[in-house]
Design a protein around this ligand. Structure first.
Ligand SMILES: [Zn+2]
Length: 134
């Protein structure tokens, strides 16, 4: 849990594999908006949908929040700052016209993929006219 490995986590890979198998194409570990200094885990550029798969520890998942007791002076402000930053990124991206979906790494990949598919379907209905390419 202390390895700061932010990409290609196991739950994220499971989600990406499922999406891919369903025929979705997307960018991985990609900054959707130049002005917002944040990379998202999965980005559907055309449909302007951004997905974050947040690690329970790094992003203070309410179901698994156990703040470290060792070096608390270091960890607690750092993790709080992460959570605050997440909310800020959400707001900035939403303002720029992105739909932001966040999931916890503990959520089942099947359910996450179902939620993403649903979001993409509704974005498609809203944004794609009959003449727009795919
Ligand atoms: Zn969790």
């Amino acid at each position: 849990m202390l390895g700061n490995k932010r990409r290609d986590t196991k739950p994220e890979l499971a989600i990406r594999r499922r999406l891919h198998r369903l025929g979705y194409r997307f960018r991985v570990d990609y900054a959707p908006e130049a002005a917002v200094r944040a990379r998202a885990d999965i980005v559907f550029t055309r449909r302007r949908v951004v997905i974050f798969v947040d690690g329970c520890f790094w992003h203070m998942c309410p179901a698994h929040t156990t703040l470290p007791k060792a070096n608390a002076d270091y960890w607690v402000p750092k993790l709080r700052a992460n959570a605050i930053r997440d909310r800020r990124v959400d707001t900035l991206l939403a303002t720029a016209g992105w739909r932001v979906l966040r999931f916890w790494e503990h959520e089942s990949p099947e359910e996450v993929v179902a939620a993403i598919a649903e979001a993409l379907a509704s974005e498609t209905r809203v944004k794609q006219g009959p003449t727009s390419p795919s």
